[in-house]
Unconditional design. Structure first.
Length: 299
């Protein structure tokens, strides 16, 4: 990576659990970043590492590249198009600027954003993330990108500062779909593990012994290794919550329905997450499906 070529002015919108660590990794590579976030504590955390605070989107007007990490479709659309009382990025970004959205949002909204930015002559790179907050901190995320290929080439050195792997997948919303593909498998693994462990427990096995054997079996995976201590300790402090997984599985279901793709298993898994949320686990880590299924089995 040739950091010497990284001399663009950078803005960032959204400095939360994922955005904050990534901003710090840019700052750690001598990249100046102007940050906007409604949460003062989030902004203060990155200012303490050398970022500057923006007062409004007007502060993005002179930025070559603006990144965003946002919670949902509505937030992305609001940031880009603005509201009746507030400018959006299409009102302030200079022609030729690059907007890089790293959120998990629907392909439908992403397509609408693409049209708005095209009209404003702003390049658009979709770059959703695969990985946890811990991986964001250690710059070992995987970044899935699609959109303007020239923007991809420009932004890649910055993406390399924040991640271990980067994939360019196409000129449209391919990265949005790839993110949904991965989250389908991630969320499904938690649901399947919950049922498998309940079966094993009914036969006298402990979670510790099962997770040890699973970790050495044909179905071992980095995710299961990462979640082993969570499952064994029955400590579901959130890295990614049940509520967040409900949001993502709803995006998955909606995208499949729009494209005429039947997702029978995914629908059942979504209902399990909803049931776990209703049982009081909405703010727990999504692997709390293990606890939810165990509690159901013991009733």
């Amino acid at each position: 990576m040739d950091i010497g070529n990284c001399n663009h002015s950078i803005g960032w919108i959204g400095a939360g659990k994922m955005g904050g660590p990534m901003i710090k990794n840019l700052l750690g590579n001598s990249t100046q970043v102007c940050v906007i976030d409604p949460d003062a504590d989030s902004v203060a955390a990155v200012i303490g590492k050398g970022a500057t605070a923006g007062a409004s989107f007007d502060d993005m007007a002179n930025k070559d590249i603006v990144f965003s990490t946002l919670p949902n479709d509505q937030a992305l659309m609001s940031v880009v198009s603005g509201t009746p009382n507030k400018k959006g990025l299409i009102d302030v970004l200079a022609k030729g600027a690059i907007f890089v959205d790293m959120s998990t949002v629907s392909p439908d909204v992403s397509f609408k954003v693409a049209k708005l930015l095209e009209k404003a002559k702003v390049s658009y790179l979709r770059a959703p993330l695969s990985g946890s907050t811990v991986m964001a901190e250690s710059a070992t995320l995987t970044i899935l990108a699609s959109g303007d290929e020239s923007a991809w080439q420009t932004v890649l050195p910055y993406l390399e500062m924040m991640s271990k792997r980067q994939f360019y997948l196409g000129a449209g919303d391919e990265a949005r779909y790839m993110k949904l593909v991965i989250n389908t498998l991630v969320g499904g693994l938690s649901a399947l593990l919950a049922e498998a462990l309940s079966l094993g427990t009914s036969g006298g096995l402990t979670r510790a012994s099962m997770m040890e054997v699973i970790g050495e079996s044909a179905v071992a995976s980095p995710l299961l290794t990462y979640k082993t201590q969570t499952v064994v300790a029955d400590d579901f402090s959130p890295a990614f919550t049940v509520l967040q997984m409900i949001k993502d599985f709803t995006l998955i279901s909606d995208a499949a329905r729009s494209n005429g793709v039947p997702l029978l298993t995914t629908g059942l898994i979504l209902e399990q997450y909803r049931a776990a949320a209703n049982a009081g686990l909405k703010d727990a880590d999504f692997f709390a499906l293990v606890k939810w299924h165990s509690d159901m089995s013991s009733q």
